[in-house]
Design a protein around this ligand. Structure first.
Ligand SMILES: Nc1nc2c(c(=O)[nH]1)N[C@H]1C(S)=C(S)[C@@H](COP(=O)(O)O)O[C@H]1N2
Ligand SMILES: [Mo]
Length: 318
């Protein structure tokens, strides 16, 4: 992400970065370079199709935590955010999202499934049991948090839509509301924000559609009223304020891959052995701490997800 960077890069480097960003933004806006860039696609097609299921015995609340993981505070989780629709600085989402209306809310389900339609938020959530899941969130910018989410396992939600065997991927779209989301009035990213998962990733036991944190409905800055959490992947896979879920047969486009394909792949699995082109991914800073922690393979969830990627080259499929 040409805009983002680890938060510990010296400020002397920031000026250059800002100039670069502004120049790039200008060039994109002026149509000099395409927002999609050219020829450097980071993902390829050996991932088509879904692998075997991952077993039903995997998930208990908080599984995969390190012994010294303790949840970040509500204050930290709600005041240090990435949500570019509300601005590119960490404190922007909290400051700029008060005028956002997460209710009423409708999610459109479409594509290769037997039960497409417009689902009102309550119709979407009510049939399911809300579960507690405390997960580490590892941002690609090399910081992390531990967040106690509430939500619905995506696998359960998906079952209800009865996807067809031809559905190999699930594509998600964030709401487009430039009047309520000041960041969407500028071409910082291609709007609306989009993300996607392979079907086996979407139906993995860890994958969550979050509707709350710390027992409260999701705050606007964290993706109200419903957002995705994929804890073994970099945070940008966790698309916020979702209004569309589509079952598709081809790998969908993803926002950060469109913005910088050589830096952000479709898979985005947390991998301390594959550096970002502009910084190391070997360590991370937990928000609220000063020391650096070692980053864990698949963010510490390898035992539950590594089998999905056996046979894939994780340096190519970053
Ligand atoms: N629609 C949308 N979803 C998004 C983003 C965004 O800018 N827009 N940022 C992503 C990134 S980079 C991260 S690290 C997480 C941050 O989630 P949090 O603010 O709840 O910690 O949200 C992800 N989801
Ligand atoms: Mo991120």
């Amino acid at each position: 992400m040409w805009i983002k960077r680890p938060d510990d890069i010296p400020s002397s480097e920031i000026t250059d970065e800002k100039l670069y960003i502004n120049r790039r933004r200008f060039l994109v806006a002026a149509g000099v370079i395409g927002a999609t860039g050219a020829g450097l696609l980071g993902c390829n097609s050996d991932a088509e199709g879904s692998n075997a299921g991952t077993g039903a015995d995997l998930m208990t609340a908080g599984a995969g935590q390190e012994p010294d993981d303790k949840p970040n505070t509500y204050e930290q989780i709600t005041s240090y955010n990435n949500f570019y629709e509300f601005g590119t600085d960490k404190e922007d989402p909290k400051g700029n999202s008060a005028g956002f209306h997460p209710q009423p809310w409708t999610v459109r389900v479409e594509g290769l499934c037997k039960k497409p339609g417009d689902y009102h938020f309550d119709d979407l959530v009510k049939p399911h049991k809300v579960v507690d899941r405390t997960y580490r969130l590892r941002c690609v910018e090399a910081w992390s948090m531990v967040i106690p989410w509430q939500g619905i396992p995506l696998a359960e939600m998906i079952k209800r839509f009865e996807p067809q065997p031809s559905a190999k991927f699930v594509a998600f779209t964030t709401v487009m509301r430039p009047n309520e989301m000041p960041g969407q009035r500028r071409p910082v990213l291609q709007w609306p924000y989009v993300e996607g998962l392979r079907m086996d990733e979407a139906t993995n036991d860890l994958t969550l559609m979050a509707t709350g944190l710390y027992g409260k409905p999701l705050p606007n800055q964290d993706g109200a009223p419903i957002r995705l959490i994929v804890p073994w992947k970099y945070g940008f896979k966790g698309i916020k304020s979702i209004v569309k879920i589509a079952f598709v047969d081809k790998q969908p486009e993803t926002t950060w891959n469109i913005a910088a394909p050589d830096e952000y792949g479709f898979y985005a699995n947390v991998n301390p052995e594959v550096d970002h082109p502009r910084w190391s991914q070997a360590t991370e800073r937990r928000i609220g701490e000063f020391r650096r922690r070692r980053t864990l393979m698949f963010n510490g969830y390898a035992d539950k997800v590594a089998s999905m990627y056996s046979g894939m080259d994780l340096r190519r499929n970053y």
